[in-house]
Design a protein around this ligand. Structure first.
Ligand SMILES: NC(=O)c1ccc[n+]([C@@H]2O[C@H](COP(=O)([O-])OP(=O)(O)OC[C@H]3O[C@@H](n4cnc5c(N)ncnc54)[C@H](OP(=O)(O)O)[C@@H]3O)[C@@H](O)[C@H]2O)c1
Length: 297
């Protein structure tokens, strides 16, 4: 299997570069080799490599900055994504793409299913929804995974921000009225590899169906509870324990923590569709956090 991976240095891309290896040959591209700010340049790269699977882990992901950089977010998340899909169709490649819980407005009280009505409440969410629609329009074989609250032992994310703050602050005030599922980038990559293998067989047997799937950690929590779990694990770990200053974590409301972009209050996502189609177990978010923290240096 010839796989082309974009965004190789991102949280998810970095893990994918490892998880995809057993499937075949993997061409990994960073933003200098494939710059989605210039969407038309993506065409030649797909035509040059003629991959059988394209995994698009590249995206514009700065949720607050997207409010000011609407055009750039749309170029990368929608226009370039659509062009990748057009080229995927031309070379008959399967396109794997990632989207977000932020395509929903968060007003539903229960978990979101894939076919619930979308209504993004920030510019990033709108750009990602446009990306989904651009892919669907091309008719390329595709799987779109909506994920949420992604963290890893690398780059910038809630886990690493909390660990840093817990070394310098005695008290933290964390939002407790947004509910969702923290998702370890390694789980996303491992599940993606498993799914590609099955999709490969389905395509060869002529029974593949494109679709959108929720892919996030199992179980739900709030940012406040997530932070408390990070603190508990850090306190129990010899590596972190010595350097921690943190004494208390206080719950606050979203209104008490203003941010440029609005966030949905409910990001819970149902996993029924992905579990049934691909015969997988969604990993528990707390177990993933425990394992990921062992990688943090
Ligand atoms: N992070 C989350 O909480 C979250 C939540 C829901 C959904 N998602 C989705 O999950 C996917 C993976 O996210 P992630 O957390 O791995 O994001 P990430 O760590 O921010 O990685 C994004 C990757 O995209 C690359 N990139 C940015 N602009 C580019 C451009 N113009 N051309 C080519 N590459 C470019 C970045 O390159 P550099 O390495 O050079 O910066 C980086 O490798 C994305 O589709 C994202 O929308 C993420």
């Amino acid at each position: 299997m010839r796989i082309l991976l974009t965004g190789q240095n991102g949280q998810v891309g970095w893990e994918l570069a490892r998880s995809l290896l057993p499937l075949g040959s993997v061409i990994t591209l960073d933003r200098h080799q494939l710059d989605m700010m210039h969407p038309e340049t993506c065409r030649a790269i797909i035509q040059q490599h003629k991959p059988e699977v394209i995994v698009n882990a590249a995206a514009y992901t700065n949720v607050d900055l997207a409010e000011d950089e609407i055009e750039l977010a749309n170029t990368i998340n929608a226009t370039a994504t659509g062009i990748l899909a057009e080229e995927a169709r031309k070379v008959n490649a399967l396109l794997i793409h990632y989207s977000t819980d932020y395509v929903f407005d968060g007003t539903k009280s229960t978990a979101y299913a894939e076919d619930d009505v979308t209504n993004p409440i920030n510019a990033y969410g709108r750009s990602k929804l446009s990306g989904e629609q651009a892919i669907q329009k091309t008719g390329a074989d595709h799987l779109i995974f909506r994920t949420s609250w992604v963290y890893s032992a690398r780059r910038t994310n809630f886990l690493l921000s909390m660990l840093k703050l817990m070394k310098t602050r005695e008290t933290l005030r964390i939002v407790n009225d947004q509910t969702g599922a923290p998702t370890w980038s390694r789980s996303i990559a491992d599940i993606t590899a498993h799914v590609i293998k099955q999709a490969w067989t389905e395509r060869h047997q002529g029974r593949f169906k494109s679709g959108i799937f929720n892919l996030s950690g199992s179980g739900n929590t709030t940012w406040y509870e997530f932070a408390k779990s990070i603190a508990e694990l850090a306190k129990a770990d010899a590596q972190f324990k010595q350097s921690l200053m943190i004494r208390s974590i206080e719950p606050i409301t979203t209104a008490e923590y203003p941010s440029k972009a609005k966030r949905p209050l409910n990001s819970k996502m149902s996993h029924e569709k992905i579990v049934n189609r691909f015969n997988i177990v969604m990993p528990d978010w707390q177990e993933c956090l425990r394992l990921c923290m062992q990688d943090v240096v």
